[in-house]
Design a binder for this molecule. Sequence first.
Ligand code: DAK
Length: 257
Amino acid sequence: MTDELVRIERDDPIAVVLLNRPKQLNALSDDVMEALVSALVELDRAGAVRCIVLGGSERVFAAGADIGMLAQTSPVEAATSARLARWESIRQIGKPIVAAVSGYCLGGGCELAMICDVIVASESARFGQPEINLGLIPGAGGTQRLTRAVGKAVAMDVILSGRFLSAREALDFGLVSRVVATEAWLEEAKRLARDIAKQSPVALRLAKEAVNRAYEGSLRLGVEYERQAFAIALSSEDAREGMSAFLEKRPPEFRGR
Ligand code: DAK
């Protein structure tokens, strides 16, 4: 275990980024967020990496923003600071990110998991937006992303009461796509990332953005984007290769072109 706030393991074509502030349950201080964003941006640029796994530890994904730091933040700072830009930078990562969630995934931690593209949860995962217990509300997209993921009734229940969802509930409500044994929390996420990494990088980037349009914008604009993105995907060498490989009954070799 190093004392870096974020550990990066390259295992091309995937990379694993682990939050590493265990004594504070991976509370997302400015330093942690800065290290996280710089790791993700670097991996997004690294040609040999095709999918990223983001996790914490078996005990905790992240217990939220650093409450000590939050207590020192003025309202103006909260609305204008570099903190907002960091969250936007994570949203802008083009490569798929699989969140490997085990243990507590709360507040800003839950918002971070939801900004990722897929969430793999261990049986011990606990999801919540407990800001209400602090007299606050979610500040990094939680009211929007949780509501879109699980619907109004469950989102209201979770956000207004501060209660945690178990991994099974999160699966039933559509917040996560898979629940795995606690000890397999990282391995299963890596397995999924390796499967994703086999696909065309061109198609992955376009598909990620198109799904995000469905999730974030209006239907009409989303469908328009999808139409254009499909044409771009169709014009890629990867698409030629993918279709030829299918017809020739062999595995495709995607080059990201
Ligand atoms: N911040 C700072 N320290 C934390 C922390 C947090 N969020 N969560 C835990 N810790 C620290 C504890 O203070 C404790 O430190 P020591 O006392 O040992 O020095 C250590 O981690 C272990 O925690 P506990 O002793 O409490 O451990 P337990 O197993 O008993 O309880 C727990 C685990 C996760 C249930 C509990 O620690 C807890 O309730 N933590 C707080 C969870 C929470 O309220 N999270 C929401 C925070 S507010 C924004 C972006 C993001 C946000 C807002 C704005 N902008 C871009 C504008 C996000 C806001 C939030 O996330």
